[in-house]
Design a protein around this ligand. Sequence first.
Ligand SMILES: Nc1ncnc2c1ncn2[C@@H]1O[C@H](COP(=O)(O)OP(=O)(O)OP(=O)(O)O)[C@@H](O)[C@H]1O
Length: 259
Amino acid sequence: MTDLMQKQTGALLEIRGLTVSFDGFVALNDVNFSVKPGEVRILMGPNGAGKSTLMDTVIGKVRADQGQIFFQGKDISKTPEYRITGLGICRKFQTPGVLENLSVKENLELAARKSKGFWGSLKTRLAKEETDRVSDVVKKVRLEEKADMQARHLAHGEKQWLEIGMVLAANPPLIMLDEPTAGMTVQETALTAQLIQELAKEHTIIVIDHDMTFIELLQADVSVLHMGKMLCEGNLDTVRNNEEVQSVYLGRHKEEAHA
Ligand SMILES: Nc1ncnc2c1ncn2[C@@H]1O[C@H](COP(=O)(O)OP(=O)(O)OP(=O)(O)O)[C@@H](O)[C@H]1O
């Protein structure tokens, strides 16, 4: 896809006909998926549906057997993993990456340095643009008052926001968040939904999550994967009313709720 085609389709990320298999097991089967600049998209699906594999393929950790991945109009299907961050794609995993003994600000500075690659990370001082970015990010993730506090003293939700901040420090156009509200209180979950909506003004965000309260708060379009196939896409009502989704995913949750 050329830059012109990207403008025509309007997609920041466009995945076409993606098939991925592990030793003959097909984890993704001819998946199409695209997100527009500034969009928040929720990626749902039961365990083993292929959500992580889809994200892993975007960041070059897993290679596709077939299909193409276009980012800002460029085919990145064969771009090595170590180059993907530099292109402006950042993924936050569920496992914490915060350094507990460093302050909030120091963690953010480190993330800003790392985004500059190996040589950039060796620089002792940050450029003005980077320090400005760190000050901006610390406000965005609502940790301004705790900027000098060691990360280990933060509440669980605050640590998750710091991690989102560390992704933001690199200022990537595309952010992928893996269950950002896991373990959060209802109030922290609501604040996280608000934060993600604010961030979507400058970034495109793909969120993998199962928490229906959070998904409702996000008010974003949803893509549902099931057994490696894209089952349904649309707004939350469309997805909720889809019979296949009800039987394979939401139905299961209802049963659990009534158990
Ligand atoms: N490296 C691998 N080798 C073999 N099989 C794998 C590998 N990675 C994933 N799979 C399989 O591919 C399928 C999709 O896994 P994936 O982790 O993408 O699902 P998921 O939707 O992210 O699930 P969960 O919500 O449980 O994280 C699963 O059946 C999984 O066992």
